[in-house]
Design a protein around this ligand. Structure first.
Ligand code: SF4
Length: 378
C-alpha cells in the first residue's frame, strides 16, 4: 500500500550546467518524489539519491503548477529550453490518473512555450495528448517510452506496476497517429545482462518499436549496480525463478558498477546492426531555438552525435569532441559570429580537427551564404 504525502517545496525547476546529450534536456523538474512503479532494478534505490522508502512513500509536491508559473513568468534569465519531467520518478505513475498533477504542470509549460521531453513507462501519457500536441505545434515535444523487455512475464517481475510493454507500444502508436508532430520513440535502457540482452529480445524491441511508429530507439547496454540498489535487485532475483542470474551478473561485473566495455561494445554493435536493418534512428532529433543559440545548438548536436556514433563503433570516447559539443551550449554569442571573425580556435575544446570538421557545416548555413553574397556589394 503506497502512502502519499503532500508537501510544498521551494524549488520547482533545476537548470543543468550542460544539456543532456541523449534527451537534450536543459531543465529538470519532478512533480513527485518517489515512484510507485517500483521497478526492481531502479537506480533511485541507491544511496546517492537520499530517498527513503521511495516506492512506498510518494511525495506529491503541492502548488507545483502555481510555483512553476511564477518562476517562468519572472524568469528573465531562464531562456526556453527542453524540460525533462521525471528524473528518478515517473510523471505518470498511478496516482497521476486521479490527481492530474503532471497535467496541470504541462499546461504551464505549454503557456510559456517551453519544449519538453518525457520518459515514461505508463500508457497514461496518452491522456495528455491534447496539451502535448500544442507544445509540439508551438515548439517541440518528445515522448520516449522506456521499453527494455517484450516478454510480459519477465516485464511483470522487473516492472510490476508499470503498463505492460505491449500497452506502451500501443500508446506510442496512438500518439504518433493522433499527433504526428510529436517525436516518439523507445528508450531501450537499461538492458539487463542475461535477462534482456538475448538476440530475440534485442530484435523484438527494435522491430516492435519501428512497427508502432517510433522515430527513434535510444539504447544503452548494461545496468548500473550500485550499493543498496544492487542489494535490493539481487535479493529479488534470489527469491525468484531468475535466481541463477545473480551469479552470472557478479561474474560479469566483477565488483564494478558497470559491465565491462567489451560486453557493451558487443551489445552496441548488435543494436547498431538491428537499427540499420529496421531503419530506426538511434538519436533524438534536437530542439533548435530560433535566437542567437540556433547554430550553437546545431553544431553541438552534430559534434555530440558524431562523438556518440564513433564511440559506439570504436568503443572509445573522444573527450575533446564531447566537451567542444557541450561547451557550445553556454556560448553567449552565435558561433557564426565567431566563425566570421576567424576565431573558432578560441572556443573551449575546439582543436584543429574539430574546427576542420565543423567548418564545412557552417559554410552551408544560409546566414553565412547570405553574408558572402552581400560582401560582393560592400
Ligand atoms: S518508472 Fe523509472 S523511476 Fe519509477 S521505479 Fe521504474 S525505473 Fe524507477
Amino acid at each position: 500500500m503506497v502512502k502519499y504525502i503532500y508537501k510544498e517545496f521551494k524549488s520547482v525547476i533545476n537548470k543543468l550546467k550542460y544539456p543532456d546529450s541523449w534527451f537534450w534536456s536543459r531543465y529538470t523538474l519532478n512533480t513527485y518524489s518517489g515512484c510507485a512503479h517500483a521497478c526492481i532494478y531502479c537506480d533511485a534505490r541507491s544511496e546517492r539519491y537520499y530517498i527513503d522508502d521511495f516506492e512506498n512513500e510518494v511525495i506529491i509536491k503541492t502548488n507545483f503548477d502555481k510555483k512553476l508559473d511564477q518562476r517562468l513568468k519572472k524568469a528573465r534569465t531562464l531562456l526556453p529550453d527542453v524540460i525533462a519531467p521525471g528524473g528518478v520518478n515517473d510523471a505518470y505513475q498511478q496516482i497521476e490518473k486521479k490527481i492530474e498533477h503532471t497535467r496541470k504542470v504541462l499546461k504551464v509549460i505549454a503557456k510559456y512555450k517551453f519544449p519538453i521531453n518525457i520518459a515514461t513507462k505508463s500508457k497514461l501519457v496518452t491522456r495528455d495528448v491534447d496539451i502535448l500536441k500544442k507544445i509540439a505545434d508551438d515548439t517541440w515535444c518528445t515522448i520516449g517510452f522506456s521499453i527494455s523487455i517484450i516478454n510480459e512475464e519477465l516485464a511483470n517481475f522487473l516492472e510490476p506496476y508499470s503498463s505492460l510493454p505491449s500497452e506502451r507500444l500501443e500508446a506510442l502508436k496512438k500518439i504518433k497517429k493522433e499527433a504526428p508532430n510529436i517525436q516518439v520513440g523507445t528508450y531501450f535502457i537499461p538492458i539487463i545482462p542475461f535477462l534482456e540482452d538475448n538476440d530475440e529480445n534485442l530484435e523484438d524491441v527494435i522491430r516492435k518499436s519501428k512497427e508502432a511508429g517510433a522515430d527513434f530507439v535510444l539504447f544503452s547496454p548494461g545496468l548500473t549496480l550500485r550499493d543498496s540498489q544492487a542489494g535490493y535487485f539481487f535479493n529479488k532475483l534470489r527469491n525468484s525463478k531468475y535466481m541463477h542470474v545473480e551469479k552470472l551478473l557478479k561474474n560479469l561485473y566483477k565488483g564494478e558498477m558497470h559491465p565491462p566495455s567489451d560486453y557493451c561494445k558487443k551489445i552496441n554493435s548488435k543494436l547498431l546492426k538491428l537499427s540499420q536493418k529496421y531503419g530506426v534512428k538511434i538519436r533524438v532529433k534536437r530542439w533548435i531555438p530560433s535566437d542567437y543559440r540556433k547554430w550553437n545548438y546545431k553544431v553541438s548536436e552534430l559534434l555530440l552525435n558524431k562523438e556518440y556514433i564513433d564511440s559506439l563503433q570504436t568503443g572509445k570516447s573522444n573527450k575533446s569532441m564531447m566537451w567542444a559539443g557541450l561547451n557550445l551550449n553556454n556560448l553567449e554569442e552565435s558561433i557564426l559570429d565567431v566563425y566570421r571573425r576567424g576565431e573558432l580556435h578560441i572556443l573551449k575544446s575546439f582543436n584543429s580537427k574539430i574546427i576542420n570538421f565543423v567548418k564545412p557545416y557552417l559554410e552551408k548555413s544560409k546566414e553565412i551564404k547570405q553574408k558572402k553574397g552581400l560582401e560582393k556589394f560592400l
